[in-house]
Design a protein around this ligand. Structure first.
Ligand code: ADP
Length: 569
């Protein structure tokens, strides 16, 4: 009788775990240390998955890609100051890419931090995080953990998705409170990403503009892939008959082999289209800001329709004649209602011209892919990967590098939505192994990561993580001995190699063997195809060191205009 008189207690540790569980967030990507080690242990004991990394940036990238794949915030957990800062890079990258994630970091004691008295890993993390994410919150009292998580979840997924920082001071975790009151303080978030219907007059306007087009084009961005409105998007494209161009991560929203896909005539359609409908794509650097030569500037201004959830995205670079603000599912759904048999089809000349451009470019691409130079170049290596992946249309593909990214994006076909994960809005290097782990854990399906040797270096230690969790990830390293290529020399003849050059003939395949994975060293397209088939079929952590001609690459991944050049001769 005496025991039942003592109220049952809970604490910050358990309330954090319960808040995650209550909101169906079942996986944490993180790295343990003070003050979150016990939190990670308890989370696992309570049935959550804790995937432990070797560096927080990659845990954060895994969380971000999980958020993109599922529409639920991916969770990353780190220690204070340096761990937090490592995770912050991923949080900023997620926010830039509009991926929902929550970075949870332990922090030092507020009283000491604020007086700058030199605590262990002292840092004002909340203030530092705020400019790099959508929202940042700190929870000081155990009874506020529920509200803290509810706010973080909503902020991450509603409106334009993005990264949220949640600061949990060490003291909070150990705070106790009455268990029943604790339970009652938690919030199960209802309708975290509510539908946002567009105003009816804006739908009518968008349809009117599209109807007047002679040479219309639909541009699908990763926002369209994220929205998971695949069927309506496909129906809209097929019913209107408008050719479409997918941005890299929107590839596969409709299969790249679709008759209306204009990827193989990209330069032509961008320059020649008269009306362009943007669906979840921003007119940023990746689209030359919607102006200039790429967009056929000499032919006069284009007319734009833009569907986006974020009203302030509109007119960011060029005037948008018909903005449609709302979630893509609702916007496309409403537009679809206005498309019947009488909807004017794009001009036959436009479609024929695109078809002939496509034909020409695909033929020349096929010729390049068919060549088999020794050593391999990007084309012959990617040609053989492409054939293998035709038999694995549901594969998750991770891709980064300079040339490796540019060529792979153009050569490897995607057949299903949300299966391509790449350098994204920042064109960043370092997402490789983090995204691969995130994609493998989230989907439970095989992943192939096609990596430049330089890009791989940023996250290579996570091979151990891949092996530790026995994940079905096959990593292919395009090894050309350096950044862009391996042939640069130090002009002074000094002892140091050129800034772009790595150890020659490195054997990356040996790295994975150190952790019990399968390493393969290949020098021909046939060997590469065989190793890839074997890697995918085995479901085992595999690394293929694919030797590429060290003079094959070009600088800055063919976007040389981004690199400032010295005018001094
Ligand atoms: P890409 O790099 O593929 O061109 P961006 O990341 O530049 O794509 O653009 C994605 C856009 O999609 C962002 O402007 C974002 O606000 C928008 N977006 C994201 N999710 C949705 C959604 N569910 N509904 C509408 N717009 C969305």
């Amino acid at each position: 009788a005496q025991a039942s008189a003592t109220p049952e207690l809970t604490d910050g540790f358990h309330l954090v775990i319960d808040a995650l569980k209550l909101n169906d967030l079942d996986t944490i990507f993180g790295l343990v240390g003070i003050p979150i080690t016990d939190l990670a242990r308890l989370a696992q004991a309570e049935g959550l998955r804790f995937i432990g990394f070797r560096h927080e940036q990659h845990a954060g990238n895994a969380a971000a890609i999980a958020g993109y794949m599922t529409g639920k915030p991916g969770i990353c957990m780190t220690v204070s100051a340096p761990g937090f800062l490592n995770g912050l890079t991923a949080l900023a990258n997620a926010t830039t890419n509009c991926f929902p994630m929550i970075l949870i970091s332990g922090s030092s004691e507020r009283e000491i931090v604020d007086l700058q008295q030199g605590d262990y890993e002292e840092m004002d993390q909340l203030a530092i995080a705020r400019p790099h994410c959508k929202a940042a919150f700190r929870v000081l009292h155990a009874e506020d953990i529920g509200v803290g998580f509810a706010r973080a979840i909503r902020a991450a997924v509603s409106g334009r998705p993005g990264g949220v920082y949640l600061d949990l001071p060490a003291k909070l975790l150990a705070q106790t409170m009455d268990a029943a009151k604790g339970k009652a303080s938690l919030i199960k978030v209802v309708d975290a990403a509510p539908r946002q219907l567009p105003a009816p007059d804006t739908v009518a306007k968008a349809l009117d503009v599209l109807k007047t087009a002679k040479r219309p084009l639909i541009l699908l961005g990763k926002g369209a892939a994220y929205a998971q409105a695949d069927e309506d998007i496909r129906a809209f494209i097929e019913k209107t008959g408008v050719p479409y161009l997918p941005m890299s991560m929107a590839k596969g929203l409709l299969p790249d082999t679709h008759a209306q896909c204009a990827s193989a005539a990209r330069s032509y359609v961008l320059a020649e289209a008269d009306v362009v409908m943007l669906v979840g794509a921003r007119l940023n650097w990746l689209l030359s800001h919607g102006k200039g030569k790429t967009w056929g500037s000499e032919k006069g201004a284009k007319r734009f329709i833009q569907i986006d959830i974020s009203p302030t995205e509109i007119d960011s670079n060029v005037p948008i004649e018909a903005p449609l603000i709302g979630d893509i599912g609702s916007c496309i759904g409403e537009m679809l209602k206005g498309v019947d048999a009488s909807f004017p089809k794009p001009s036959a000349e436009w479609l024929a011209n695109i078809a002939s451009k496509k034909d020409k470019n695909l033929t020349s691409m096929a010729q390049k892919l068919a060549q088999s130079p020794s050593p391999m170049n990007f084309h012959s290596a990617l040609g053989s990967i492409r054939e293998v992946l035709k038999d694995h249309q549901d594969i998750n593909l991770v891709n980064e590098g300079a040339n490796t990214l540019d060529f792979c994006r153009a050569i490897i076909e995607q057949y299903q939505p949300r299966k391509r994960f790449d350098s994204g809005t920042w064109g960043v290097m370092g997402i490789g192994m983090g995204y691969a782990i995130g994609a493998a854990v989230t989907s439970g399906k095989p992943v192939v990561a096609i990596e430049g040797d330089s890009a791989f270096g940023f996250s290579g230690m996570e091979l151990e993580t891949i092996c530790r969790y026995d994940l079905p990830v096959t990593t292919i390293i395009f090894n050309n001995n350096g950044v862009y290529r391996g042939t640069d020399v130090n002009p002074t003849g000094g002892k140091d190699v050129a800034p772009t050059v790595f150890v020659k003939d490195a054997r990356y395949d040996k790295m994975i063997e150190a952790f019990g994975g399968i390493g393969r060293h290949v020098t021909t397209p046939e060997e590469l195809a065989a190793a890839l088939r074997e890697g995918i079929a085995s479901g085992k952590p595999t690394l293929i060191n694919a030797v590429i001609d060290e003079s094959a690459g070009t600088e800055s991944g063919r976007l040389t205009n981004l690199n400032p050049q010295s005018g001094k001769k």
